[in-house]
Design a protein around this ligand. Structure first.
Ligand SMILES: Cc1cc2nc3c(=O)[nH]c(=O)nc-3n(C[C@H](O)[C@H](O)[C@H](O)COP(=O)(O)O)c2cc1C
Length: 259
């Protein structure tokens, strides 16, 4: 039986017409529900810096209400998804805080629903929480020691067997010529991006890492040689808030009607 001794909510509020957000604490669930219902605007709140103020919540509050940002475009369309895409960062420092099982499952569920060519769904996800195995993986992944601060790794594997029969001998590596390899990497990459965005949505942080060779990573997890590891995703609660990395302008990448 779980006994909740005290439940405190941290929330942010902005008075009508005011410029700034106020950070408040409440112990009244009904009050929080009312705010959540009534708020047309809000900001997502988590263990991150907010307007220059570092809010460390580890263990301090039992429940944190996340008021989702909901801005409405002039045409009435909700831009919350775009906001989350904009907020996501590659995080390389994590809090010493476990990822709740429900959140982990929800993140994996987002990958399950990803689209794939001919609906082949050529992916397998290996969840790693063991310190010993994480250590081996981070060493194989260009000795990126920061990875060890993440409580969970998700090793994302593409399986060519949805396109090539088991009878045909295939051993994959970075130089493999099989055209199907491109297809399974493409599809698995979509599912990985779902993971990154769903994690962001849940207030979790991630970093896609892939600074490894197939032959270094596969044996650690007994992955057969006809599978291709597309990435090792670190997952946890972020303990840093890096500035956004630059992106090209839309004009540099979008063309209309012809190249
Ligand atoms: C396929 C792929 C592999 C990556 N591998 C690594 C890696 O091994 N180590 C790392 O620190 N970051 C890695 N990154 C993160 C990128 O450096 C990061 O996405 C990029 O700099 C943009 O920053 P942002 O994700 O914060 O927007 C990888 C990203 C992708 C998509």
């Amino acid at each position: 039986m779980v006994v909740i001794r005290s439940v405190r909510f941290l929330y942010v509020q902005k008075n009508h017409g005011a410029k700034n957000w106020n950070i408040k604490l409440s112990t009244n669930i009904e009050h929080i529900c009312q705010i959540k219902k009534a708020s047309l605007e809000g900001i997502r709140f988590r263990d991150r810096k907010l307007h220059g103020l570092t809010i460390r919540l580890d263990g301090l509050y039992d429940i944190i209400v996340q008021l989702e940002e909901k801005r409405v475009l002039s045409n009435g369309k909700d831009i919350i998804m775009l906001k989350q895409i904009e907020n996501r960062r590659s995080i390389r420092k994590y809090l010493n805080k476990k990822v709740e099982q429900e959140k982990l499952i929800q993140v994996l569920e987002s990958a399950r629903l990803a689209p794939s060519g001919s609906n082949t769904q050529p992916w397998v996800f290996i969840v790693v929480e063991s310190g010993e195995i994480k250590e081996k993986l981070s060493m194989a992944d260009h000795q990126q020691k920061w990875m060890m601060t993440a409580p969970v790794f998700i090793v994302c594997v593409a399986d060519i067997r949805c396109r090539i029969s088991e009878d045909i001998n295939v051993r994959l590596d970075e130089n493999s010529p099989e055209p199907e390899l491109k297809q399974i990497i493409r599809d698995t990459a979509i599912a990985i991006e779902h993971i990154l965005l769903e994690a962001e949505h849940l207030g979790l942080a991630t970093c896609w890492t892939a600074w490894f060779e197939q032959n270094a990573v596969r044996p650690i997890l007994n992955i057969p040689e006809d599978k291709y590891v597309c990435g090792i995703i670190t997952l946890g609660y972020g303990d840093e808030m890096p500035k956004n990395r630059p992106r090209k302008k839309l004009e540099e990448m979008v063309r209309y009607e012809k190249w």
